[in-house]
Design a protein around this ligand. Sequence first.
Ligand code: HEC
Length: 124
Amino acid sequence: MDNQFAKPTVLVQRVASVILVALLVIFASILGVYLYRASDPYVQEVFSLNRNPARGEAIFEINCAGCHGKQGDGHVGPTLHHVSKHMSELSVIDQITSGDTPPMPKFQPDPQKMADLLGYLEEL
Ligand code: HEC
């Protein structure tokens, strides 16, 4: 009698452990990618620099305001108000430098300009 009930239980346990292992693998890869990106020399340099939001604003007006609006109010691109609250700075750097989401072009500002830009975005 017991065996008839044991089988489905074993199956459930196996499925649960496969799901658990899969989740662990996914988590480990996300963490790995994050640590890998955070250790990027460009990112490290950006994070090490002092930020000048006023210079960041000038860079923003030239490169970004056409799509994101003069004060980041949104236009072709989404509003960037409070962007620093829902995106990590690493993701913002990635968004700016990757060119993965057309029509937003790929930018490659030098580390100081990127730091200033982040300083400005933080204030929006
Ligand atoms: C040609 C138009 C264009 C230009 C220029 C542009 N963007 Fe974008 N940007 C977009 C669009 C469109 C999206 C939405 C992309 C998507 O998620 O599909 C976006 C998304 C973003 C996001 C993510 C916002 C979010 O909430 O997910 C950030 C941050 C951003 N842009 C920053 C910048 C910065 C900083 C610059 C200037 C260096 C810039 N963008 C220049 C069009 C543009």
